[in-house]
Design a protein around this ligand. Sequence first.
Ligand SMILES: Cc1cc2nc3c(=O)[nH]c(=O)nc-3n(C[C@H](O)[C@H](O)[C@H](O)COP(=O)(O)OP(=O)(O)OC[C@H]3O[C@@H](n4cnc5c(N)ncnc54)[C@H](O)[C@@H]3O)c2cc1C
Length: 446
Amino acid sequence: MKQILWFRRDLRIQDSAILAKAKDEVLPIFIFDKNILDKLDADDKRVTFIYNSVLELKSKLQSINLDLAIFYSYPKEVFTKLSNQNFDEILCSVDFDSYAKKRDEEISKILPMKKCLDSFLTNPINCLKKDNTPYKVFTPYYNSLDMITSSKLQTYQTPKTLKKISFDYSFVPSLEDLGFKKQVLPDFLNKTAEEVIDDFLPKMRTYQKDRDFFNINATSNISVHLRFGLISVKKLFNQMRDIPNSEFFIRELFWREFYNYILYHFPKSEFENFNNKHIPWRNNEDEFKKWCEGNTGTPIIDAAMRHFNNTGTMHNRIRMIVSSYLCKNLLIDWKWGERYFASKLLDYEASSNIGSWQWAASTGADSVPYFRIFNPYTQSVKFDKEAVFIKSVIPELRDILPKDIHTEYGLTNNLLINYPTPIIDIKESRLRAIDTFKHAKTKDKL
Ligand SMILES: Cc1cc2nc3c(=O)[nH]c(=O)nc-3n(C[C@H](O)[C@H](O)[C@H](O)COP(=O)(O)OP(=O)(O)OC[C@H]3O[C@@H](n4cnc5c(N)ncnc54)[C@H](O)[C@@H]3O)c2cc1C
């Protein structure tokens, strides 16, 4: 047997489905895909992270007498060239987003492809309701899963008998060769997944209570490593289940599963409102630009977006606040926000991002009721009372009393600071959103 092991979002050698299922002679490869890279800005932080991770994977594969052939090309070109070298098949892990599905369809016409489920705990095909239709609500979906209560999940072992195919493994492009500039990454991304988890373990006891306080580091920060498969989600699940007070954390992991499940069963939800409602969005481009730049005049929104633009990271609570503000207060289509997040989020994962944006817009599966609209000022006083986070991002506000920062129009008459006037009134825009959503019709009744 001669196989190509195509690493994509599973950049590890431990508990690796493709390594475990491989036989005899293998050619492990990674493709820096021009279809994806050509669309990114030269300062995209994710490329620095993936680049480092690919080099790390190469050296780990070498440590088990294998290697990694690196390509900078279009997948179709790579496999067309490899197709005349007597390979039996390509082994890779399954990916459900629309680009990945289209790409894999094309490649499977060149060489047979065998896909393993390796990025998620559950196979969306297996968890259906008694009537064989997919769940649309999280809790019954979650409660239906045997694995929550079953014994440890079986992890994969790499066979010791694998032989690397003789090939020119020497090509290692620099980041500059790929058209990118090396970026400074947040500290936790210079750590291994295991180190990130070790940092988090002492916080598990207080995770449920503290996870919403965005001025403290109370969550795991594991989403980026999970996204690129630097840790297997099965290994993470097994490890966490052994730890006291981890139930709430594990439930969060299953939101990731749920959104992947929803995207698998309802692929149209990538482009359309899941609930089929027609919302007459205002889609004001100037307001959208101000939201993106962090110039809305509402401190928590501006701090969140400026921090995001600088770092590519955003705390979950803040994601909820800025998405609610965009879809409800500004009445801008969730797809605009989803795309903006996709362009910068270090942990960008199509299914979680689409599902969470539809949740915030009250158009998705099991989403927030349309009349529950976050008041950004109430949120900031509740979760960042001393305005530590806001002041750390917006130095102009350093000497301002937290109570003025957390009060709508609290900064408007302050002549000593140069800060934008709020672009909308929170109460009025809330009522406007409720009215709009209340009267929204389902598409077939338009
Ligand atoms: C508008 C919006 C967009 C989002 N986009 C993404 C995205 O592109 N990629 C992404 O991984 N997460 C996304 N999330 C979910 C969540 O914000 C991040 O997973 C979380 O902030 C990552 O930080 P953490 O690893 O410290 O999380 P922790 O609180 O430590 O949670 C552990 C893990 O559980 C999973 N998880 C937790 N909450 C959620 C959730 N609500 N939905 C799905 N999975 C969850 C993640 O894999 C996370 O790493 C989004 C949320 C919102 C509201």
